[in-house]
Design a protein around this ligand. Structure first.
Ligand SMILES: [Zn+2]
Ligand SMILES: [Zn+2]
Ligand SMILES: [Zn+2]
Length: 275
């Protein structure tokens, strides 16, 4: 599996759209190489994870052929993950001669009403499936299992996703706080071995409790420790931290220095991870 991290910031981006804090001001001066756009990833050029407003820019910047994308999975309906209106650009008159005729879409239940408001010409070329916790869906070569994210569940149906292709399994862990016990239990009882995973590290060095909706270094460390104890990861697992807020000054060198003890790869826009 080839996982490309197209965007690696939290909702506001880095620099933030409207922010004039010292960190955002500094990164504006440093230039585009240091920017982080809103979180999105793509696997093998076929399976897109989330659609922020930056989707169009991500496609251009990374030479992504939108017409070849087979499936889109949405983690939750926060604005930085669910700019679903872009899907209309696949519709009649907007997208022509597409390599993939019908797009698989996996969405949380609370997103269905929004998708249904898209025009018929868009809906007719989508295969929409509602994500149900722990129920595996097969889209092409990929088996995708929604796990419960600690990210306002109840108010919104937020998921993290287990993605399996052949003998390789990857966990996409955005957005979420410290994992629910039922998620650890599911991974343990199903003896899931993760070849790779990416974890929410929005707060980096800023404190956040295990009941919060995102994580920082100490929470990530505890998740990794428990996954290791449960046999889900080992020294060969490729571990990534991602989805950084401007509040933590997410310059690459700052994050790498601060997070050395985690033995994780610090994501950046455009980064490719092979597992
Ligand atoms: Zn987010
Ligand atoms: Zn800022
Ligand atoms: Zn969110």
């Amino acid at each position: 599996m080839k996982i490309q991290f197209l965007g690696t910031a939290a909702a506001e981006g880095f620099p933030g759209s409207f922010c004039n804090c010292k960190y955002c001001e500094n990164v504006r001066n440093l230039g585009e190489k240091f920017y982080r756009t809103r979180s999105q990833a793509i696997i093998d050029g076929k399976l897109l994870i989330d659609m922020p407003a930056d989707t169009y820019y991500h496609f251009l910047k990374n030479n992504i052929r939108g017409d070849m994308i087979e499936s889109v999975i949405f983690t939750h309906t926060h604005g930085d993950h669910f700019y679903y209106k872009e899907l209309e650009m696949r519709g009649a008159g907007f997208g022509k001669n597409m390599a993939v005729e019908k797009l698989n879409v996996l969405i949380p239940a609370n997103a269905v009403s929004k998708i249904e408001k898209l025009g018929d010409h868009t809906k007719d070329i989508m295969n929409v499936v509602i994500a149900e916790l722990y129920k595996t869906v097969k889209f092409g070569d990929y088996e995708i299992t929604p796990l419960k994210a600690k990210h306002g569940y109840g108010a919104i149906d937020a998921h993290i996703y287990l993605i399996k292709k052949g003998d390789k399994t990857f966990l996409y862990g955005h957005d979420t706080g410290y994992f629910f016990d039922e998620v650890f239990d599911y991974l343990k009882s199903n003896k899931v071995y993760l070849n790779g995973l990416t974890l929410d590290c929005c707060y980096a060095s800023l404190p956040i409790s295990d009941n919060g909706a995102h994580m920082g270094y100490p929470n990530v460390e505890r998740v990794l420790k428990r996954l290791e104890e449960n046999g889900n990861i080992d020294k060969n697992t490729k571990k990534v931290i991602n989805h950084f807020s401007h509040n933590v000054n997410p310059l690459q060198n700052v994050l790498e220095e601060e997070s050395k003890h985690l033995d994780c790869i610090v994501s950046y826009d455009g980064m490719i991870l092979e597992i």
